[in-house]
Ligand binder design. Sequence first.
Ligand code: AMP
Length: 363
Amino acid sequence: MKIGVLGGGQLARMIALAGVPLGYSFVVLDPSSDACATEAADLIQGAYDDTAALDKLAAVADVITYEFENVPQASARYLATKRPVYPAADVLHVAQDRLNEKTLFTQLGIQTPPYAAVNSLIELQDAVNSIGLPAVLKTRTQGYDGKGQAVIKTQAEMANAWASIGEVPAILEGFIAFDREISMIAVRNTAGEIRYYPVSENQHADGILRVARAKPGDAITPIAQRYTHKLLEHLDYVGVIAVEYFQRGEQLLANEFAPRVHNSGHWTIEGAECSQFENHVRAVANQPLGNTAALGHAAMVNLIGDLPSQAEVMTIADTHPHFYGKAPRPGRKVAHVGIRSQSAQALEATIAQVNKLKGATGA
Ligand code: AMP
């Protein structure tokens, strides 16, 4: 079986690296000739809305998935007339738009930060009046890693915030003084079987994930699973999903979900019996799912914008470098370090060492 992936970045690369040993081959569609997944997959070079390129992909792939959520919905729907596409194009309709996403969370009884739709400066004023400050203004579409967002602390900052996001349809969210951020990575296959990974505890800096730690047995797990379950069932979801939450006391507030394998689940490569990448392949290939249980004490540190040498990583015990084959540029995710240790203490000591490497932030 050949699996087609829309997008040929590091997520597609890690999907292919997990799926090749299972006996599957991979083809990615990407606009760039040096897409980093091509070390493990064939490349069809083309735009995501190029019908000829989509036709080529459908001609060689038995099933199609994606590594990022901003795939044009029309392309996913077009491909679905020719081959199974997982997760379904309808999922993109929700995941690509923060208002649709928050509306669905509310409809399913999943708690969220307070939010309101904003289409003009006047509506922003109304939203600020009802939600209060501080608040975060976010574009409804195309935002990621903190882009397309503006924090508003005082009424005087409103007009600048509206201008800074480009005066496009947006939502205003109450700014949550959370205790921590977590994500729940889960997987559902075509038969409806579901598995949940242990919760990931995520540290961000400048809106970008820096460190994720596996937290097996965490007290918040039942709520995170219950919420994620509602979403998976409602969407008749197939593949890996990542749902990001803010935790405040005992309360979980859903921020967003990614309809794909996720950076906060990279620790599963070394830290779980079956990684998120292998389970995504199993799910879209219509196979039984693998065991999501944690192994040891696991974490992942992102290397962003700059790279140490492989040797500098490898001299630190319990670490596994994952270099994506991408040239370093400011703000670009170029590698991550997977860590699995024998104890929580050893894990923290290793994270501290890895955090001193180039590209880590010391978060
Ligand atoms: P997002 O693109 O929505 O994932 O936002 C990026 C990061 O900004 C999140 O991981 C949080 O650290 C922060 N953030 C986003 N929305 C809020 C909010 N409503 N309250 C507090 N922090 C937020």
